[in-house]
Ligand binder design. Sequence first.
Ligand code: MRU
Length: 343
Amino acid sequence: MDKTIEWVKEGEFGYSLMINQTVLPFEYKKEKIRTTEEMYNAIKTMIVRGAPAIGIAGAHGTALSAIELINEENFIEKLMQKADYLNSSRPTAVNLSWAIEAQKELALKNKNLPNKKISEILIENAIRLENEDIEINKKIGEYGASVVPRGAGILTHCNAGSLATVGYGTALGVIRSAYKKDNTIQVFADETRPRGQGAKLTTYELVKDNINTTLITDGMCSYFMRNKMINFVVTGADRIASNGDTANKIGTSTVAIAAKYYNIPFYIAAPKSTIDMNIKSGNDIVIELRDEDEVKIVNGKPICIDGVNIINPSFDITDNSLITGIITEYGIIKPSDLKNIFS
Ligand code: MRU
């Protein structure tokens, strides 16, 4: 698959190119993003989505901001403002602020250089982060595959695939690596209401890779667990607190609770950049509330009468006690041992 998001060098600097995820699986098109405002909108409207992918979008966006400001006075000050604006596009995935903070720090460190040089440094760093992401995911995939039982029935929620990263994926990286060793595994993809990332994106990726995939609705998982058709769960993460509590797409914690009941291993696959050691627990994670129309409107038509209340939290918190292990590029870590990979 193509990179989900990549910097294209053109002319003096270049632009960010991304797969438009709002039209998949029926249309495959790419968007050229050339300004801070376009990047803010691409993240907000989820043209680009998935924690690691929006991290890279943040890095590209900061480089675009620098290019925009090259001929301006007070370059650094204005760059910091634009970077903070980009960071406000979505609150839950820590990868966004992680990448933007890294770019801000780099710009500050080089603040005495000419604006053009600082812009070039930010572009090069964004490209480095972009390439690193695929390498990290392949490592996550290898570690994760080592705990997938032979012939497993694997449930995944939302899309933590190639599309949610630059390439290969985190949870789907584990599935891809497991499939290379054992092509008898089967995947169950949760539909993932309200936006349908499982139905639209995860099945698209896995069917293209010829991996045996069954689409189920969000409420079905315990049926398949009870009937022993699902015996392993792996999902991605948007932010992992220092105690291992994990924010991921709404519905993840329900899956984890069902998995615990049926004694099925539940793993989170995520890079170190998704771990936020600055917060104690999931209670400190800001959950994004999205537009009620995402729940109300299906295929362009309302599914309920006007006047009903709708609340649309985009993520939930899975308690650390429900998580068997966190599969990172450093190995598989118990939720209580996360500090070990920061020392
Ligand atoms: O709202 P989204 O589609 O950006 O949410 C994405 C998820 O919840 C993913 O599971 C998570 O970001 C991990 S992606 C490797």
